[in-house]
Design a protein around this ligand. Structure first.
Ligand code: HAM
Length: 425
């Protein structure tokens, strides 16, 4: 049996970078006032179709959708924003305090063509802020992303930002776009032609080369912003500059989801080949209302966790966890005692292993080496009879005898960084 295409195991030897990121996210995001939220992996298909948009790649081609036994249409979440908005509305969070900051880490599912940096089950680190229209919040989220990547040691990233306007400026942009598209009709792919009537903005993120060339000088939302959107975007840029954050204004950045309004951005890396977006986000000031809540501005981003780890792997190798102590128990009696010692030491936070397979001293020493044990405790029949065990430092090869009576406190002392008290001669 094998995993499904595009799905993968993340094996223990690769997990340390994932855990490093998770620790940093919890620490940093909580310092910035975000609270963790956990949302279901499965939702009604309608939720994603209505929020991401019926005429988008995700909804048209990429969702894992099926009917359950009662015939209800369900979908494995392709992203987190829609579910968090649903939760915000369902629990009437706006009524108690409309201003909320959430984050979550978890798997998402999109049936895309798998390649490096692109999986069908992938992980996102997602953050959302509800209830604040101010441009400082846009700036704060980009600042936060930058800080996360800085703490993780990432370099060579670039922030691409754009403004997608609001329902007020969209009509003028759409008219200009449709006029332009009409003049390029013969160069567009079938999918783009189909989208012309239904969702022309999505044509701007078509990946087909010929379309990209034809659309090179397409009108941009940035040139059609109303005064409020334009002022809002100016404040975002000014505030990023004041914080010393570099960014590129990218008129062609439209993102692949329909809910965005005003600021949208992507953080790109040059080290992952085609899959260059390591994070993406933006405002979605109309979505809460569209899904049945009160008018509530909102904004957020998601980091592609798999891609982030792949970039980190290029700069550091996963940390190899070592073992504090390996107990070599020779014989049944030693194993019985060794088992209890091992549990006690584990409880004291000392990473201890014991092998119960009845192997020889030589084989067990080999295993201790393989596991990277710092110390080995040898308990053979002779040692038990003399009430004293041998503790061997695997680096220096020094050995001392430890009385069984005080074994556990002695070892705890050793691992509290006072080895000199134990290795006295
Ligand atoms: P998105 O741009 O679709 O945005 O995804 C965010 C990030 O997830 C991407 O930049 C990429 O790093 C990663 N990603 C997407 N698809 C895959 C895949 N198949 N394999 C590996 N990584 C992938 C969203 O999902 C929005 N919900 C972000 C957001 C939150 N906007 C507002 N709030």
């Amino acid at each position: 049996m094998q995993t499904i295409r595009g799905f993968r195991d993340i094996l223990p030897e690769h997990i340390s970078l994932w855990q490093k990121v998770e620790k940093e996210v919890f620490h940093l995001f909580e310092d910035f006032g975000f609270k963790e939220i956990r949302i279901p992996i499965l939702e009604k298909t309608q939720l994603f179709a209505r929020s991401i948009g019926e005429v988008t790649d995700i909804v048209e081609k990429e969702m894992y959708t099926f009917a359950d036994r009662k015939g209800d249409k369900l979908t494995l979440r392709p992203e987190a924003t829609a579910s968090i908005v649903r939760s915000y509305i369902q629990h009437k969070m706006y009524a108690i305090d409309p201003v909320r900051k959430f984050f979550m880490i978890g798997p998402m599912f999109r049936r895309e063509r798998p390649q490096k940096g692109r999986y069908r089950q992938f992980y996102q680190i997602d953050a959302e802020i509800f209830g604040v229209e101010s441009a400082y919040v846009d700036s704060e989220l980009i600042f936060l992303l930058n800080e996360l990547f800085k703490r993780l040691g990432l370099t060579g990233l670039s922030a691409h930002i754009n403004s997608l306007g609001c329902p007020e400026c969209r009509p003028s942009f759409q008219t200009a776009l449709l006029n332009f598209l009409e003049s390029k009709k013969d160069r567009l792919c079938e999918n783009c032609l189909r989208r012309m009537d239904k969702n022309p903005l999505r044509i701007l993120d078509c990946k087909v080369n010929d379309c990209r060339e034809a659309l090179a000088d397409a009108p941009a939302t940035l040139d059609h912003l109303c005064k409020d959107c334009s002022d809002h975007f100016d404040t975002v840029k000014k505030s990023l500059k004041e914080q010393g954050l570099d960014f590129i204004v990218d008129k062609s950045l439209v993102r692949g989801l329909d809910y965005y309004t005003r600021t949208a951005w992507e953080i790109q890396t040059t080290t992952l080949g085609a899959q260059s977006a390591i994070a993406g986000g933006g405002r979605y000031d109309s979505l809460v209302k569209e899904l049945g809540g009160p008018q509530t501005p909102a904004i957020g981003f998601a980091v592609g966790f798999d891609r982030l780890v792949e970039v980190m792997e290029q700069i550091e190798s996963p940390e190899k966890k070592t073992l504090d102590l390996f107990i070599i128990a020779l014989g049944d009696k030693a194993m019985e005692k060794g088992y209890h010692w091992s549990c006690k030491l584990n409880l004291a936070g000392i990473r201890t292993e014991i092998d119960f397979r009845g192997k020889s001293l030589k084989a067990l020493m080999k295993r201790a080496n393989k596991l990277g044990a710092q110390y080995v405790l040898i308990a053979g029949e002779k040692e038990l009879a003399e009430d004293s065990l041998v503790l061997r430092n695997m680096n220096t090869k020094d050995q001392v005898s430890l009385p069984i009576e005080t074994l556990i406190p002695d070892l705890i002392k050793l691992y509290k960084n006072k080895p000199e008290e134990i290795l006295r001669d």
